[in-house]
Write a protein that binds this ligand. Structure first.
Ligand SMILES: [Zn+2]
Length: 129
């Protein structure tokens, strides 16, 4: 079977990064150069890295906000107040289930949460294992 020029061209390997046709090298090559290979792998690793940074940033902000109230001697704060300051109640570093109660942790700050308040806030040295 004879291939048309277009079909033949589609079968030639093309660089996954720049799309350039690769006229030499192994037929299963994916990249035209090490520069394109590095560029490709840099973007593919970027999404998980950005997700980790976003989560870390949210946890850091939550910690700073809780710590502000603890430093002022408060151990119970309305969630609405915390949310206005940027606290995200969906993020914690740990949730401890004990019967029907849940205790949350943001690094070394331990707290309980109802639908209206964060309460029983305290700094603990007992981190879950
Ligand atoms: Zn390339």
């Amino acid at each position: 079977m004879k291939l048309s020029d277009e079909e033949y061209s589609l079968r030639k390997p093309h660089c996954l990064e720049c799309g350039k046709e690769m006229v030499y090298g192994r037929p299963d090559r994916k990249f035209c150069s090490s520069r394109c290979k590095n560029k490709f792998h840099n973007h593919t690793g970027q999404a998980p890295r950005l997700t980790k940074l976003r989560v870390q940033h949210t946890l850091d902000r939550n910690y700073k906000i809780l710590n502000t109230f603890l430093a002022a001697g408060l151990t119970s704060v309305p969630i609405a107040t915390l949310v206005v300051m940027g606290f995200n109640p969906m993020y914690s570093t740990c949730v401890i289930h004990s019967g029907r109660t849940h205790t949350y942790m943001c690094f070394d700050i331990k707290y309980s949460m109802s639908c209206a308040r964060v309460y029983q806030m305290e700094v603990t040295s007992e981190l879950p294992k």
